[in-house]
Design a protein around this ligand. Structure first.
Ligand SMILES: O=P(O)(O)OC[C@H]1O[C@](O)(CO)[C@@H](O)[C@@H]1O
Length: 219
């Protein structure tokens, strides 16, 4: 599983990119709102940090033609080439837009996915990534991990080129589980990414090594 940062918090992103092997960044309107930045500034800053990584930018329109126009505008404005992914919600208009965008050679990430069938239809519509919302499913007494597992099974059994981008996490355990069911990728907020690599026993072990080796390393 590859990791993407789900944030437009520029300082958090800089810190993460200094050590975490990330493959890109995802944003959505809510994430932008939290960052306090307008789209042009936020994505320009993200590009400075991410370099050649993937950048997934969500459209705001809800009509297919407008989604397509928006996606094309962002690709050109930010000059991202093949690293740009247009995030398109899986509405009726969204599925229409996905097919037009694929025909135009623009990468597509299908978002706001809550069922395996939504993901399969998005995949057939040409989505490069499908993003099921794990926590939001768990929060309505559904089972986010099972939905991710079903989508992964479909991609394997039907030999689909689509990759599963698990999203909407609240716990490290959810991330552990999506990786165990074979999700190709996960987009994760800064706090949880930091928690993924932290363990108190690691800290204790490192401290002990420092103490024990202090006077012994003489070259
Ligand atoms: O439930 P949350 O934490 O708002 O997450 C929704 C998720 O959907 C996405 O828009 C999918 O890429 C992510 O950016 C975000 O993690």
């Amino acid at each position: 599983m590859i990791y993407l940062a789900d944030t437009a918090d520029i300082e958090a992103l800089k810190k993460l990119y200094s050590f975490f092997p990330l493959e890109g960044v995802t944003t959505n309107p809510t994430i932008l709102k939290q960052s306090g930045l307008k789209l042009s500034k936020a994505i320009a800053e993200v590009i400075n940090i991410v370099g050649k990584g993937m950048i997934h930018v969500q459209v705001l329109s809800n009509r297919a033609e407008e989604m397509v126009a928006e996606a094309k505008k962002y690709k050109e404005y930010f000059d991202l080439g093949n690293n740009y992914y247009a995030k398109i919600p899986v509405s009726v208009e969204g599925y229409k837009a996905m097919q037009i965008l694929k025909d135009a050679g623009i990468n597509v990430t299908a978002t706001a996915i809550f069922t395996q069938q939504q993901a399969l239809v998005a995949s057939r519509a040409g989505a490069d990534f499908v993003a099921p919302y794990v926590s939001r499913l768990d929060n309505i007494s559904s089972h986010g991990i099972e939905v991710v597992a079903d989508i992964v099974t479909n991609t394997v059994e039907f030999d689909l080129p689509t990759r599963v981008l698990a999203a909407s996490f609240k716990t490290v355990d959810q991330i552990h589980r999506v990786s165990m069911v074979g999700a190709h990728s996960a987009t994760i907020g800064p706090d949880l990414l930091m928690q993924l690599v932290a363990h108190p026993m690691t800290d204790i072990s490192i401290t002990q090594f420092e103490v024990d080796g202090k006077d012994l390393y003489d070259i």
